[in-house]
Design a protein around this ligand. Structure first.
Ligand SMILES: *[C@@H]1O[C@H](CO)[C@@H](O)[C@H](O)[C@H]1NC(C)=O
Ligand SMILES: *[C@@H]1O[C@H](CO)[C@@H](O)[C@H](O)[C@H]1NC(C)=O
Ligand SMILES: *[C@@H]1O[C@H](CO)[C@@H](O)[C@H](O)[C@H]1NC(C)=O
Ligand SMILES: *[C@@H]1O[C@H](CO)[C@@H](O)[C@H](O)[C@H]1NC(C)=O
Ligand SMILES: *[C@@H]1O[C@H](CO)[C@@H](O)[C@H](O)[C@H]1NC(C)=O
Ligand SMILES: *[C@@H]1O[C@H](CO)[C@@H](O)[C@H](O)[C@H]1NC(C)=O
Ligand SMILES: *[C@@H]1O[C@H](CO)[C@@H](O)[C@H](O)[C@H]1NC(C)=O
Length: 393
């Protein structure tokens, strides 16, 4: 009798694919594909996390300057209800002049909170101004003598398109609250698809990396500077200069105390060149965020809110800063305590490349209302929750 040949499978070692069943073959085939895809994704992600944008020098020329006694002429006064729930009445241009809440001379511009002792039961008077000119890109120099601070205050110097928030993005160059001793918070707020989880070159401390407005209670993606970057410590030596560069490669913020300002900024006849300034305080590279798609049509906004979603929150007002009573009770009746609640500026300057300033010249016509003419009846309706909310500290 002839021996029956053993089944082929039994004769072959396990690693010989000729002995595999169809199912095994398919499983192994799928496994190989998955492994290859994973390897490619890993390589791309690895490259992305080590990749960094090209911030090569741009040729900047001065395109606009805000200074002197006409400082406020280039801004509209916002008079509608505060979208961030502040205990505040934002006043129009003529009321602001009357109460000296905005004041400009040949050498400086001041914005302050009303310090009158009257119990301001419907909100303390303050100002919020929006530049008529909008911007797509540029190098913004803010020469600041005094930053506002004190219980109940929520000051900010920021850029956004109030009519298209968050679609057109928000860049908070300076933001603080209450006693302002925790350092300046620099933050981006965007729609989805903008993250700061790649390589960065900055001296500040990053907080969240997702810039999406609906993530983390609209905390945005932030970077916090040291204590000397805001408040009493920053003001002590006559303030200094903040520079914010907005370009396709990314957004960077630098800060210098008065006696450390680089020559290419203090020398009026030279062109500022960020490539010589060293590491930024905050760096928001374009690696995982299409900057030009997320940031467009931005106005410069300066305001001092009172209480509201950030400064009035118990964890800041009471727990962190140990301020008295509740924020609104205290802010209503203690006007004399708002004497440090003011911004003082020497000037703002906007530098752009020749092509960018040409492009924004056409956008300049977008400003419709003129300073001094705003009233609550003609003001645009407030935008939904303005993204100033911030997980500071
Ligand atoms: C960065 O861009 C500049 C100007 O386009 C170019 O000259 C330079 O070679 C680029 N550097 C790198 C590392 O790609
Ligand atoms: C920068 O632009 C100005 C004109 O706006 C020009 O005179 C100058 O040569 C340019 N500099 C460089 C380095 O390209
Ligand atoms: C208005 O404020 C400025 C800046 O603080 C100050 O110098 C000026 O004296 C004030 N004017 C009045 C009338 O109080
Ligand atoms: C200012 O800059 C100009 C042009 O770059 C230069 O000629 C001049 O020497 C500079 N002045 C000082 C005081 O550095
Ligand atoms: C740009 O912003 C201005 C002021 O907020 C607004 O009136 C205008 O409609 C905006 N333009 C675009 C194209 O979004
Ligand atoms: C201010 O007004 C509120 C509400 O009317 C009242 O509760 C509070 O006691 C007043 N504060 C002062 C200091 O008058
Ligand atoms: C309010 O002002 C008074 C008088 O200057 C001061 O003693 C007090 O500490 C201030 N309170 C707060 C919370 O700033």
């Amino acid at each position: 009798m002839k021996k029956t040949a053993p089944p082929a499978t039994a004769a072959r070692p396990w690693y010989d694919p000729r002995g595999w069943s169809l199912l095994t073959k398919s499983l192994v085939g799928a496994g190989v594909v998955v492994a290859i895809v994973a390897l490619i994704v890993g390589l791309v992600e690895g490259l992305k996390s080590s990749s960094y944008p090209n911030y090569s020098a741009l040729n900047y020329t001065l395109s606009r300057q805000y200074s002197g006694s006409s400082f406020f002429d280039e801004f509209d006064y916002y008079t509608a209800t505060d979208p961030t729930d502040g205990f505040v009445q934002y006043v129009d241009s003529s009321t602001a002049s009357e109460l000296n809440l905005t004041y400009a001379s040949s050498s400086r511009a001041v914005l302050r909170v009303d310090t009158s002792p009257a119990n301001q039961t419907s909100g303390r008077k303050s100002v919020r101004i929006t530049s008529k000119q909008t911007y797509e890109s540029g190098l913004f120099l803010f020469d600041i003598v005094h930053t506002p601070y004190g219980c109940a205050t929520w000051p900010a110097l920021w850029l956004t398109d109030p009519n298209h928030w968050p679609e057109h993005g928000e860049i908070d160059v300076l933001e603080s609250n209450n006693k302002g001793t925790q350092g300046n918070a620099m933050t981006l707020h965007t729609t989805s698809g903008c993250k700061m989880n790649g390589k960065r070159k900055e001296t500040g401390a990053p907080t969240y990396t997702n810039c999406l407005n609906t993530a983390n209670d609209n905390a945005g993606c932030g970077v916090t500077g040291g204590k000397a970057t805001y408040g009493e410590e920053f003001n002590a030596n006559g303030g200094g200069v903040y520079a914010m560069e907005l370009r396709d490669a990314g957004i960077r913020v630098w800060m210098w105390a008065r006696d450390e300002i680089p020559d290419d900024i203090s020398n009026v006849s030279s062109r500022p060149d960020p490539s010589g300034w060293g590491e930024a305080l905050a760096d928001f590279p374009s690696t995982h965020c299409d900057i030009s798609a997320h940031f467009t049509n931005l106005s410069i906004i300066v305001n001092i809110d009172v209480c509201g979603d950030l400064a009035g929150a118990t964890r800041y007002y009471t727990d962190l800063y140990e301020c008295p009573e509740t924020c609104t009770q205290w802010a209503a009746g203690n006007g004399a305590n708002f004497t440090n609640a003011y911004w003082e500026f020497n000037s703002f300057q906007v530098y752009q490349t020749v092509s960018a300033s040409g492009a924004t010249a056409t956008a300049a016509s977008s400003g419709t209302s003129s300073a001094g003419m705003s009233s609550s009846t003609t003001s645009p309706s407030p935008s939904p929750a303005q993204g100033q909310q911030q997980e500071g500290a």
